[in-house]
Write a protein that binds this ligand. Structure first.
Ligand SMILES: Nc1ncnc2c1ncn2[C@@H]1O[C@H](COP(=O)(O)OP(=O)(O)OP(=O)(O)O)[C@@H](O)[C@H]1O
Length: 212
């Protein structure tokens, strides 16, 4: 369970949001929508531990997350809009780097996990490719595999359909639904209303549901 209580964030005198309360059950999908400049990315950055909050708490399975850019750990995995893949590494190296270096998993463990994730995300034939050799949708699935390799409690996506065609967008929906069946809790920030509706999750509309 992801439990957000009384979360508040301001930039100077501008309150971006306050009194934000929301609960997402394990395996739940929360879609975060709202107009440009309303605070969606700010919310995602706080959740990801990339930005501080002024007040409030975020609890994941009873454990309070540190709400500052100093947070360590792998509680929340984020798929950024530009994917942030390492261009000098192959797909398989992108997926195994953090389990190897950060989690210090043994080679057999991280390699096996990588094979499973690439298979699940339909990327087995791309494992030796470099990011520049992939389509946008493929790069995104590598970013998802790389995040999942760290076994996060929550997986969050920033505008996952931006720049994708209809077929790739449908693919993203399928991946998110597949991960939901596996019990992964997911937060999806999006402008794309038809896509948000297709996910059939709980909706947080920053334009209408949030105090400022
Ligand atoms: N580092 C910052 N310093 C000051 N103000 C900021 C900062 N980051 C964001 N803001 C302001 O906070 C508000 C929310 O921005 P945010 O990027 O979270 O919106 P958004 O909903 O993600 O927009 P978009 O959909 O266009 O990405 C905006 O008014 C923005 O100008």
């Amino acid at each position: 369970m992801l439990k957000i209580q009384n979360l508040k964030k301001s930039y100077g005198s501008q309150v971006v949001f306050q009194n934000l309360n929301i609960e997402v059950p394990d395996g739940g999908i929360l879609t975060v929508v709202g107009p440009s400049g309303i605070g969606k990315t700010t919310f995602l950055n706080i959740l990801a531990g990339l930005s501080s909050a002024d007040a409030g708490t975020i609890e994941l399975n009873g454990k309070q997350l540190e709400l500052s850019p100093n947070r360590r750990g792998t509680d929340v995995g984020v798929i950024f809009q530009d994917f942030n893949l390492f261009p000098q590494y192959t797909v398989a190296e992108n997926v195994t780097l953090a389990p190897k270096v950060v989690k210090k998993e043994n080679k057999q463990e991280y390699q096996q996990q990588c094979q499973e994730l690439l298979k699940e995300l339909d990327l087995s034939d791309k494992q030796a490719s470099y990011p520049f050799q992939l389509s946008g949708g493929q790069k995104q699935r590598v970013a998802i595999a790389r995040a999942l390799a760290m076994k996060p409690g929550v997986l969050a996506y920033d505008e996952p359909t931006s720049g994708l065609d209809e077929e790739s967008t449908n693919r993203v929906t399928e991946v998110i639904q597949k991960l939901q069946k596996r019990g992964v809790t997911q937060i999806v920030v999006t402008h794309d209303l038809p896509f948000a509706q297709s996910l059939n999750g709980q909706v947080l509309n920053f334009g209408t549901d949030v105090d400022r």
